[in-house]
Design a protein around this ligand. Structure first.
Ligand SMILES: [Zn+2]
Length: 238
């Protein structure tokens, strides 16, 4: 029989679970993908319509700013409302614990029993956990909150906007630097290549096959660009 030291288990826990690992990197990559796909698909549409360089540049910058703010607003609202709900749930739980400890003890024990623990053990586990940190135990096993008070809406909004801009800035820079000739094609090709790399990185950090991640991302990017190019061609403004 193998004996596990606490250090070995600690190492195993931190190393083996991809879903716990590098969540921020994955979020950043996905935000950058958003920035690339939305700005590039908008740009190739405008370029296909025959717009001049000045209009194209205006659209590029406007798309970057609008996208970044939309991402920030969406993230802020989502994280704040989640934080409000968690806070309200915790407050309710705190009052229940104050008013009816025995019912809360039975309730927590029931949760462990439903997970397959015997009656006596469930009661004992609930009792010990509640003696240690009653609100924490209920938050985790009843409400499903892994950590209390972790939501920071402003920080989440800023991170979300920044990751969008990191992707969107690339097509904007290409518009600034490149001549008009074949501009749409070059931007689309560069962006698809970049999406493939980012898709592969996102897959790798998530422990998924890299090729599959790359294909997934470029397929959606290609689809968006093809559709907006079609729209641009219909609006031919020559
Ligand atoms: Zn409870």
């Amino acid at each position: 029989m193998v004996r596990f030291t606490p250090e070995m288990l600690e190492h195993h826990l931190t190393k083996e679970h991809f879903s716990h690992r590098m969540g921020w990197l994955r979020a950043a990559v996905l935000g950058a993908n958003d920035g690339i796909i939305s700005v590039v698909s908008l740009l190739v549409g405008v370029i296909a319509s025959g717009a001049d360089k000045e209009s194209i540049l205006l659209v590029a910058v406007a798309a970057l700013v609008a996208g970044a703010l939309s991402m920030a607003a969406g993230e802020y609202v989502s994280v704040s409302s989640q934080a409000d709900t968690e806070k309200a749930d915790l407050e309710k739980e705190r009052i229940m614990l104050e008013e009816n400890w025995e019912v809360e003890h039975a309730e927590l024990a029931l949760i462990y029993r439903q997970r397959g623990v015997s009656d006596a053990t469930a009661m004992q586990v609930a009792k010990e956990l509640m003696a240690h940190d009653a609100l924490g135990a209920h938050a985790k096993d009843e409400l499903g909150l892994s950590e209390i008070h972790t939501a920071r809406p402003m920080q989440a909004a800023f991170a979300s906007a920044a990751s969008f801009v990191s992707g969107a800035a690339i097509p904007v820079l290409l518009v600034v630097l490149l001549p008009m000739e074949n501009l749409g094609l070059i931007i689309a090709a560069c962006s698809l290549a970049l999406l493939a790399v980012l898709g592969a990185i996102a897959a790798k950090t998530g422990g998924a096959p890299m090729l599959k991640g790359a294909m997934r991302m470029t397929t959606w990017g290609f689809l968006a660009m093809a559709l907006t190019t079609y729209v641009g061609l219909m609006f031919d403004i020559h």
